[in-house]
Design a protein around this ligand. Structure first.
Ligand code: HDE
Length: 704
């Protein structure tokens, strides 16, 4: 018996990992002040007597080389880091499952789609692209949305983003776009920011990126939370059925709680107040049992559709609007468990686009084809050898049997005599054999052509869908997009690069180009860039592309920050809390001291945050509930004034009591409060506030 990874072996691996490696030497324990604890040992399992002092020749003498515990400890520490990912270095993951709604056997033979109700274990890692591992969460950037599905027929990785298109059409340009966006090499800044010359220089010389530019300048790149963003497989893939027939497919992940982003001024402040904002959000949601959920949607189409569509669907800078081809929801992804250890799981997880399963296949998209090389290659560098699939986070959860052996850190080499095939050793001794009936088969396609280093003519339209995206946005969203372009280009120091960008915008929307030109102080409008193919202006708006038209319908999953002082109305705070919790939201109290406040009933209300550490940018909406006595001291604090001024400036809904007026006045809020303010002590119950706050922002406020 015993080829690598048979059932028993897979279980053995789990046992080895959990019990032996994880829990130390044979369960030996001893009694200390805190109770019964495991004995500290070296990596070799030798019990350690003193972990505070190194071995010395005399009390003040040099440390001795023979101190193996000291040397082993430092040696291991010195090697704790592995190379961070070249892109997507900052990420955060969670475990969960994918549940199939109904059998898709008519479309694909992929095992996970055969049975309604089937649950497939999943691991998801969200990330930013440009920032280094320690960068802030809320930077303007594309978010990675990488899903590993441990199916019964192997691991399937959908390594996607929260934007359905990409900057470039051919993988050969990937090192260039990544070099351009990351820190400039002579100065090593800016960190995690596209607002610099090199990025916009490259982009303005790469017209194919214009569609993606519209997406990255929209609020899609400042998502409120991983939980409120979409995911996309980006490329066209294939679904292959049991008879070998195939159709094209595009993958979508739709958040159950609706789409939501923050505004830019808020993003800047969140990065200071809580650089781990997205991590903390996912951690808190999962740990409190509010498991985030997305539905998997498919856009399935045949070759006739592909041939008659406006654009080439092998081009990853193009989408199929949902209004043209609806997204069919086929299952749900639920994240219900955080990792035991960040490094072992989230850092060491190795996603590869080449990881597909029978029933799924690639398309000829040249970006996808290039990725299929790059991911495997990058894991070798990052994880140090070819056996990264032996790590528990990367190993399949189904049985697996093969003859691959040796290499760094080989945990599970074949047992027995056969490590090759064909061989003459019969039965189990001979090891696994190929299975033509159930094994992976590529979709049959007829491909022929001259060998050429070329870009297809059918990829030449660079502006039409950029325009379609722009005109699909609400007025507020268009304003944000314009402001983002003005912000980014204002950070560009070289005037010709700024002008070159405006020359592209002229091919997208003249009014947008005009506003950006005005915003960056261009005195003369440049000529429009010469397009490779004349842009179309007849594509209709697609409401599915707007965040605000696909936002939340309730306060579920959202967070209310409640500012309180001593003497605040305990009954009102309690009523508000239960209304928010009934709506599926969360409440956090903010007080002058973290120890809490003494409410009007004499009881202590413990606070989650001290005011300095909890600006209103951390919340989806706020309630300002000071007592008449407490408000004066509050109004003297700049942090309290910022709390309400920012909530107002970020178009948030504000619940309040009359006493808060003094703070509002000092913070410079208008005397005539708008419809985003709901007074709770003059008849409006908390439920009315929550109903009003369902859209989460009061966009009618001036300046939005
Ligand atoms: Fe990636 N990408 N990528 N990428 N990508 C990596 O793999 C690459 C692209 C995406 O959470 C790297 O393990 C090439 C598109 C995600 O671990 C690397 C090209 C999309 C993640 C790599 C692309 C993505 C990566 C770096 C152009 C959306 C993080 C470390 C052909 C569909 C996965 C690593 C995680 C990571 C290469 C373009 C998504 C270097 C060559 C398009 C979500 O292999």
């Amino acid at each position: 018996m015993g080829k690598p990874g048979n059932d028993e072996e897979a279980q053995g691996r789990a046992r080895l990992h959990d019990e032996e490696v994880g829990r130390g030497p044979g369960g030996e324990t001893h009694q200390v002040a805190g109770g019964e604890v495991p004995v500290l040992t070296t990596q070799q399992g030798v019990p350690v007597a003193d972990d505070q002092n190194s071995l010395k020749a005399g009390a003040r003498g040099p440390t001795l080389l023979e101190d193996f515990h000291f040397r082993e400890k430092l040696f291991h520490f010195d090697h704790e880091r592995i190379p961070e990912r070249v892109v997507h270095a900052r990420g955060y993951g969670a475990h969960g499952y994918f549940e199939t709604y109904e059998s898709l056997s008519d479309l694909t033979r992929a095992d996970l789609f055969q049975r309604a109700g089937e649950k497939t274990p999943a691991f998801v890692r969200f990330s930013t692209v440009a920032g280094n591992k320690g960068s802030a969460d809320m930077v303007r950037d594309v978010r990675g949305f990488a899903v590993k599905l441990y199916t019964r027929e192997g691991n399937w990785d959908i390594v996607g983003n929260n934007i359905p298109v990409f900057f470039i059409q051919d993988a050969i340009k990937f090192p260039d776009v990544v070099h351009a966006v990351k820190q400039e090499p002579d100065r090593d800044f800016p960190q995690a920011a596209s607002a610099h010359d090199n990025f916009w220089d490259f982009i303005s010389l790469t017209p194919e990126s214009m569609h993606m530019v519209m997406w990255i300048m929209s609020d899609r790149t400042i998502p409120r939370s991983f939980r409120f963003m979409e995911g996309f497989g980006v490329h066209t893939f294939r679904l292959v059925d049991a008879e070998g027939g195939w159709r094209f497919v595009k993958f979508h992940w739709k958040p159950k709680l609706g789409l939501q982003s923050v505004v830019w001024n808020e993003a800047v402040k969140i990065n200071g107040a809580d650089p781990d904002f997205h991590r903390r959000d996912l951690w808190n949601a999962v740990q409190s049992g509010n498991f985030p959920e997305w539905e998997l949607g498919l856009q399935v189409f045949d070759e006739d559709f592909a041939n008659s569509f406006d654009f080439d669907l092998l081009d990853p800078t193009k989408i199929i609007p949902e209004e043209v081809l609806p997204v069919r929801k086929v299952g749900r992804l639920v994240l219900d468990r955080m990792v035991d250890n960040f490094f072992a799981e989230t850092e060491q997880v190795a996603f590869c686009t080449q990881n597909i399963v029978p029933g799924i296949d690639f398309s000829e998209d040249p970006l996808l084809q290039g990725r299929n090389f790059s991911y495997l290659d990058t894991q070798l560098k990052r994880l140090g050898g070819p056996n990264f699939t032996h790590l528990p986070i990367n190993a399949p959860k189904c049985p697996f049997h093969h003859f691959q052996q040796d290499g760094h850190m080989a945990f599970f080499n074949p047992k027995g005599r056969a490590n090759y095939e064909p061989n003459s050793w019969g039965g189990a001794e001979g090891g696994p054999r190929e299975a033509p009936d159930i094994g992976f088969k590529s979709a049959r396609t007829d491909i022929a052509g001259p060998k050429l280093r070329i870009r297809s003519d059918t990829f030449a339209d660079h502006y039409s869908q950029a325009r379609q995206f722009y005109i699909s946005q609400t007025e507020v969203e268009q304003r944000h997009l314009t402001d983002a372009l003005v912000f980014e280009l204002s950070k560009v120091e070289t005037p010709v690069i700024r002008e070159r960008m405006v020359s592209h915008l002229l091919n997208i929307d003249a009014a947008l180009a005009g506003k950006v030109a005005d915003g960056i102080g261009l005195t003369q409008m440049p000529q429009a860039a010469t397009p490779a193919r004349p842009p179309r202006t007849d594509l209709p708006p697609s409401p599915a592309l707007s965040i605000l038209q696909n936002g939340p319908q309730s306060f579920a999953g959202r967070k209310l920050g409640v500012l309180v002082t001593d003497g605040c109305d305990a009954a009102l705070v309690a009523a508000l809390r239960s209304a928010v919790e009934d709506a599926g939201g969360m409440v956090e109290l903010v007080a002058p001291r973290v120890g809490g406040v003494t409410a009007d009933d004499g009881r202590l209300l413990p606070a989650h945050h001290q005011l300095d550490g909890a600006p209103s940018v951390l919340f989806d909406a706020v309630a300002v509930l000071p007592s008449a006595e407490g408000v004066a001291a509050l109004a003297d604090k700049p942090q309290a004034r910022d709390f309400v001024a920012d909530a107002y400036a970020h178009y948030k809904f504000v619940a309040y009591v009359s006493a808060a007026r003094k703070l509002f006045d000092k913070a410079g809020l208008p005397a005539q409060l708008d419809g985003g303010f709901v007074a709770l002590d003059t008849g409006s119950p908390p439920s009315a506030f929550l109903a009003a706050a369902a859209p989460l922002r009061f966009w009618a406020r001036p300046g939005a």
